[in-house]
Each structure stands twice: as structure tokens, then as C-alpha cells.
Design a binder for this molecule. Structure first.
Ligand code: BGC
Length: 761
């Protein structure tokens, strides 16, 4: 132990000396860069490679040390400075224990960076990211990430593997729950809000953590929505649709990136120097580091790209994948590969510099135990304030899809309300997927939430949820056979004035590895819904799900439909406040809801095609299906309120602009109903002809306005070159001269429009 503290002194002295000796030479590099270089100059090749190695938490750190197998090997590696990071070690006691080994037992005492999937909160859970996206409220989303960072950092964690900014238009893919939906513009705004929320103003503060933009790139485009499947796409699509949120994250100073499991155009993303070096590190000048996805380096072998893990290690390191998560490829093979000249040591230096830099920025060299404060851990995690914040986020994430005859809001008194459905009293499903640190069954259920507001609620589950057996086995999560509870539920519905049915997906029916080929209501739920409808049509359907669902029957028959996603710890309170009108819903869909699976991929920003409509009645040769309409069940941007909004007086201060110019657009939005409410005013643009065909509509701006009954506000947008730029046939991000249309309204199908031109002069 003594020997190691001596080394620590030696390192500190060397850093100081190198600093003063090289002062002139390094006038342009930041203080941190100088420290990084000094430290790097002291490191052996093996120690450098150690920084590039990340291990999963492998034993109860505060218990006896492991003696056998993998765990023993990893433990020994940690002691020898061959580990730069760990994931899934959490809690101050545990983190302190591993950090102590890194700092006190290794030759150079370099602290570990501790990663964890803080996806939608740590212990106090926010709504799943797709739900948060439905709020279109960037301040709220940022605040939610701040709360997540505060709790995770209080638990010893200093790095989250979030935000996932993969654009996806395939609701079969289970991971849509983890992203911001289908649109690159909205996705970019969310990426910025979440990165800023996690990282804050000061990364070294003890309540902020490093963020990670993932998965770079194309993961959301897995063929047929099947998890980990092949991805093939044009550069046009990549540049215009997939890259923007990643680029936005870089601009927001995100500290790390994660590559992805998929291959992209024949090359696994983990081995792609096009993605990691050419685009990310050169074109975008990203100066943080890239972590591989879990074992994605080794998976280049089954991909059929590398012949063995040794070659995979070389490919990944050469391609710019800086840290190896759980492939053991770098720790086992990289030294030899460098010695044989297959990987240049300068690339290793570059990777290690990037990793050390983030560690310095996190303040880990000043105090490796900065995030290990037991007092904070007790105070911050699960605090009242955090629960209030996630409740606020949850309310804002709810989308009112349908509300015929104003069935909603419900009356708190004097209305007999039957609450039915396997998810109605469930305290686990609302937590959603990705909530490793949360306690199972810790969410407020809808039943609890409604009972806390009204005494007129009676409950019957209708069909039993197989909760205990459900985790990780999605087939058994919602009952597929047992209808024994139907009769009791029908009796209850018969005697009620209104029936609230809570149906949808169990928490682990979406998320990683949970692709579905059918996205209807699982199990016997559809049948239950139709049976109840036979005895009482006054149904409010509350959907709980991690992805868009194809619920065409419900959308046609049921008078009120509320999209409540998986809303996290405060789910039931948020839903109840919306159902009883204490909160007027304001969410808008971040992803199109299809009528059926066959329409997928379905998204609002589609291309027009050469045959967008029939040229004569009954003509068949146009782009359509013969068995379903082209329109979605619910379009992107859709969401109702308990009040109504009207748009009028759309005005442009000019009908064309040139280089460096702009047009001011304004529209009046009025609250024409009886309640105060919030509306998301959306601006879409269509570029009518271009060197590469453009979508029929693209979201280019939005603003949330709060209006009292009878109130009108004027909302303004500025149209400039940046707004109309795209990746053109010149292979450049630029604006092209031409004619445009703009549309403003409360969803992507709004009809209020105007025209303008860009002259390029
Ligand atoms: C996921 C990543 C995640 C990692 C670590 C992988 O399976 O794809 O998104 O961050 O595991 O848990």
C-alpha cells in the first residue's frame, strides 16, 4: 500500500514538472489536456490498454474477493490497472470499494469511471423516454434528466449510457421506448435537453454525470423491427434522418458516444471507421470517447466480419472504438496487436487521452470519491422533490388521443366509475423497461391514484396479470388464456356509468430484445375490451405501453382513449389527475400509430412517390394498399386537450428570401373552449422539388403556448436558410433555391398552409 501512495506522489510531481517544462509548447492546449499528456507519458502500454477496458460489476465488492473463474481474473485485472471503467456497480459502498482498489492498489492510481444505464431516472423513475418525448417540453425533459443525474451521482455513478437518440419508424422494435420517436428535428431538441440535463453546467459538480449518445448508428432501422438485425441505408437517409440528433448531442458537448450492435451497409458499426473516425471524430470534431456496446467488438465474429476476437480487437481499435465493454478483446489482445504493428500505438494514445480527459473533467482526479457521499445518497435518492419532478413530467407526457362527447374529464363525485383491466392495479408495469435501480412494484397504480381523488371508483381486474412469472418472459406477462375474470368485470361495468379500462403492455414487453411482430393489445385484453363494450359503451381506454400500438378497433368504438405509456414512479397519480381534469393533457405523439403492422414503417415525413393518388375513381395503380387506408391510426404530432384551439391569421412578412435573409411567419392561436390549456404549435415545411427528393412534410419548429379560455396569442417563427438545409446531391449540407410550402397547426396533418420561395442569391 505504501509503495502505491509513493507512486501517486510521483505522478502528481511529474504532472506538475511536465506542465512547467512544456508551458510554451502547450500554450494552446487546455490545462486538462496538459495533465492528460503528462499522465499518458507515465503509462506503460498495458496500463493504457487497461483504460480502454470496461468490466461489468462482477462480485459483491464489499464481500469476500472472488477466488475462481472470470471474477477472479477480473479482480486481478482491476488490481493491476487493467480496468479503466466498470458498469453496473452501484451504491456508494460498492462504488467506493472498487474505486479504492483502482486508486490505492494500482501503480498509477487512476480512478475508474463508473457507468450505468440511467435511462429514465435512477430509483425515482420518470416516464420512459418515448413518453417524455410526447411532452414536447424541453425544459421538463431537461429537468427530468437533472433529477436522474442527481440520484445516480448520489449513488456513486458518474456516467450514464443515455440518451439513446436513435430515430426509429418501426414500432415493432422494442427499443423505441428508449428514444425520442420518429423525427430528427424533435429528436435533436430532445438530445440537447437530455445531455444538458445529465451533464449540467459543471461536469465536475457532484450532482452531474457524463452523458452518452447512443447507438451510433442506424440501430433503430433494424430490418423488420427485429432486434439486432441488419441495417442497410443510403447516405441520404443517414445524413438527413439518422445523424441529426447525434450531431446535436455533439454540439451540446456530450462527453461520450456508444456505437451499435448492428452492421451498417455491410460493416458492423463497432468496426466502422467511417462512422467513428471520419464522421464523428473528424467531421464533427467530437473530442470525447466512444464506448462499444456490450460485447459488440466480439460480435463482429458472428457478424462474419472478423475471423476471431483478435482480429475484431484490431478492427475496433483501428476504427475508433475507444473502450471495450465486456468483449475482453482489448485486455486480452491489444498489447500483442500493437507489438506486431497491427494497431498503431498512436491510436491507443488517442483513445486513452479521450478517456482520461473525461475522467479529469468529472473531477475524479481531484477526488475519486466525489460521487461517494453516503449522506447525499440518503438525502437525494427518492426525495419528495424528485417525486414531484417525475410526477410533473408524467402528467406532461400523457396524450389524449380521442375524447368523443367530452366523456373526459370524469367527475370526482356522483359518477359511478368501474376500473377494469390487468394493468389497473399493477404497480410494476408503469415502471417500464430499463429501471435496474428501481424497486419492483414501486409505482403508484392507477387504482391508487384514482382512489386518492375519488370515492366512486370500484375495481375488477378482468384478466389476471402473470406478474411474478413475467420478468424477461414476455409471452407470459399478460394472460393469454384465462378469461375467468371476465364475468365479474362485466357485472361491474354494467352497474357503472363510466368504465375506465387500463390495458396495454407489461413493462418488459418493450425495451431491448423485445421486438414484437404484432403490436396489438397482448393476450386476452382485446377480447376483454370487446366483452365490456357489449355491456357498457362508455369506456375510457387508458393505454400503457412502450411503443405505438395498433388498436384500430378501440379507436373506432371506444369514445375516449388516453395514451399513458409507462410513466414511472408516479404513474397512477399522473393518470388520475388527467382523468379527473386536475391536469389538462397537452402531450402530442412523437411517433405515428399505425392501423396495423402491415403499414410499418409508417411516418409523417414520407416521400410523395410518383403515384401519390389515383388518377381516376377505382384506379388501382397508385401507391396504396388494397386492404387498408394509407392514413395512420393517429398521426405524429396528434394530441387533444380538454379545451379546443383554433388557428387563424397565418401571415408571412415576405414571400421569398435569399442568402442570409429570412421570413417572419406568424399565426394566431386561440383557446376556444372552457378551460385553460396548453397547445404545441407545430411548423412543417415542404421543399417542392430538390436535387434529392424531399419529404411531404418536415417538422422545423414548435412552440408550446398556454392559453386561458378565450385568450389568443400570436406565435412567431423565423424561416431562414438553416431551416431548409439538407444533404443534397452535391454531398453537402446546404440550402437549394426553390419553392416551398409551410404548414402550421396542432399536428402533422394540419391544413393551414402558405407558400414561399428561396432564391439562393
Ligand atoms: C445496450 C446498451 C446498454 C448496454 C449496457 C446493451 O445491451 O444495447 O444500450 O447501455 O447494454 O447495459
Amino acid at each position: 500500500m505504501k509503495k502505491h501512495s509513493l507512486f501517486t506522489v510521483l505522478v502528481a510531481t511529474l504532472i506538475a514538472c511536465t506542465n512547467s517544462q512544456n508551458q510554451d509548447h502547450m500554450t494552446n492546449t487546455s490545462e486538462i489536456d496538459k495533465k492528460v499528456d503528462s499522465l499518458l507519458s507515465l503509462m506503460t502500454l498495458e496500463e493504457k490498454i487497461g483504460q480502454m477496458n470496461q468490466y461489468n460489476g462482477f462480485w459483491n465488492v464489499t464481500g469476500p474477493t472472488p477466488k475462481e473463474g472470470d471474477a477472479a481474473e477480473k479482480y486481478e485485472d482491476l488490481r493491476q490497472g487493467k480496468v479503466g471503467s466498470m458498469l453496473n456497480v452501484r451504491g456508494v459502498e460498492q462504488v467506493k470499494a472498487v474505486q479504492k482498489i483502482a486508486v490505492e492498489e494500482t501503480r498509477l492510481g487512476i480512478p475508474l469511471i463508473i457507468g450505468f444505464d440511467v435511462i429514465h431516472g435512477y430509483k425515482t423513475l420518470s416516464p420512459i423516454p418515448l413518453a417524455e418525448a410526447a411532452s414536447w417540453d424541453m425544459d421538463a425533459i431537461k429537468r427530468s434528466a437533472e433529477v436522474a443525474a442527481a440520484e445516480a451521482s448520489a449513488s456513486g455513478i458518474n456516467w450514464t449510457f443515455a440518451p439513446m437518440v436513435d430515430i426509429s419508424r418501426d414500432a415493432r422494435w422494442g427499443r423505441v421506448m428508449e428514444g425520442g420517436g420518429e423525427d430528427p428535428y424533435l429528436g435533436s431538441k430532445i438530445a440537447i435537453a437530455r445531455v444538458q440535463g445529465f451533464q449540467g453546467e459543471d461536469l465536475a459538480a457532484n450532482n452531474t454525470i457524463a452523458a452518452c449518445a447512443k447507438h451510433f448508428a442506424g440501430y433503430g432501422w433494424a430490418e423488420a423491427g427485429r432486434e439486432y438485425n441488419t441495417v442497410d441505408m443510403s447516405e441520404t437517409l443517414l445524413r438527413n434522418t439518422i445523424f441529426p440528433p447525434f450531431k446535436a448531442a455533439v454540439n451540446a458537448n456530450v462527453k461520450t458516444f456508444m456505437n451499435s450492435f448492428n452492421e451498417l451497409n455491410g460493416i458492423p458499426a463497432t468496426g466502422s471507421s467511417y462512422l467513428q473516425r471520419d464522421i464523428l471524430k473528424e467531421e464533427w470534431e467530437f473530442d470525447g470517447f466512444v464506448v462499444s456496446d456490450w460485447a459488440s467488438i466480439a460480435e463482429m465474429v458472428p457478424h462474419g466480419y472478423a475471423k476471431d476476437t483478435i482480429q475484431a480487437a484490431a478492427f475496433a481499435a483501428n476504427a475508433g472504438s475507444d473502450m471495450d465493454m465486456e468483449s475482453y478483446a482489448y485486455v486480452h489482445h491489444l498489447k500483442k496487436l500493437v507489438e506486431e504493428g497491427q494497431v498503431d500505438e498512436s491510436l491507443i494514445d488517442d483513445a486513452v487521452r479521450r478517456i482520461l480527459k473525461v475522467k479529469f473533467e468529472l473531477g475524479l482526479f481531484d477526488d475519486p470519491y466525489r460521487y461517494c457521499d453516503e449522506m447525499r445518497e440518503k438525502e437525494v435518492i427518492g426525495s419528495k422533490e424528485n417525486h414531484e419532478a417525475v410526477l410533473d413530467m408524467a402528467k406532461k407526457s400523457i396524450v389524449l388521443l380521442k375524447n368523443d362527447q367530452n366523456l373526459l374529464p370524469l367527475r370526482k363525485e356522483g359518477q359511478r366509475i368501474a376500473l377494469i383491466g390487468p394493468l389497473a392495479a399493477d404497480k410494476n408495469s408503469p415502471l417500464g423497461s430499463w429501471r435496474i435501480a428501481a424497486e419492483d412494484n414501486s409505482a403508484v397504480s392507477v387504482l391508487e391514484g384514482m382512489k386518492s381523488i375519488s370515492n366512486s371508483v370500484t375495481y375488477s381486474e378482468g384478466c389476471r396479470l402473470l406478474a411474478g412469472e413475467a420478468d424477461f418472459v414476455w409471452e407470459t406477462a399478460i394472460n393469454t388464456t384465462d378469461k375467468s375474470g371476465f364475468d365479474a368485470a362485466k357485472d361491474l361495468a354494467r352497474s357503472a356509468e363510466v368504465v375506465v379500462m387500463v390495458l396495454g403492455e407489461y413493462s418488459f414487453q418493450s425495451g431491448e430484445g423485445r421486438s414484437r411482430s404484432n403490436i396489438d393489445l397482448p393476450g386476452v385484453q382485446q377480447e376483454l375490451l370487446e366483452e365490456i363494450y357489449k355491456v357498457n359503451q362508455n369506456i375510457v381506454l387508458v393505454l400503457m405501453n412502450g411503443r405505438p400500438l395498433a388498436v384500430e378497433w378501440a379507436a373506432e368504438h371506444v369514445p375516449a382513449v388516453v395514451e399513458a405509456w409507462h410513466l414511472g414512479s408516479q404513474s397512477g397519480n399522473a393518470i388520475a389527475q388527467v382523468l379527473f381534469g386536475e391536469y389538462n393533457p397537452s402531450g402530442k405523439l412523437p411517433m405515428t400509430f399505425p392501423r396495423n403492422v402491415g403499414q410499418i414503417p409508417i411516418y409523417y415525413s414520407q416521400k410523395n412517390t410518383g403515384r401519390p393518388a389515383p388518377v381516376a375513381p377505382n384506379q388501382v395503380f397508385w401507391s396504396h394498399y388494397i386492404d387498408v387506408d394509407n392514413s395512420p391510426l393517429y398521426p405524429f404530432g396528434h394530441g387533444l386537450s380538454y379545451t379546443t384551439f383554433e388557428y387563424s391569421n397565418l401571415q408571412l412578412d415576405d414571400n421569398s428570401f435569399g442568402k442570409g435573409g429570412s421570413i417572419k411567419v406568424s399565426v394566431d392561436v386561440s383557446n376556444t373552449g372552457q378551460r385553460k390549456g396548453k397547445e404545441v404549435v407545430q411548423l412543417y415545411i415542404r421543399d417542392l422539388f430538390a436535387s434529392v427528393t424531399r419529404p411531404v412534410r418536415e417538422l422545423k419548429g414548435f412552440e408550446q403556448v398556454a392559453l386561458q379560455p378565450g385568450e389568443t396569442k400570436t406565435v412567431q417563427f423565423i424561416i431562414d436558410e438553416e431551416m431548409i438545409q439538407f444533404y443534397t446531391a452535391n454531398k453537402k449540407w446546404e440550402a437549394e433555391a426553390g419553392d416551398f410550402k409551410l404548414f402550421i397547426g396542432g399536428s402533422s396533418v394540419t391544413s393551414l398552409e402558405a407558400a414561399f420561395a428561396y432564391t439562393d442569391k
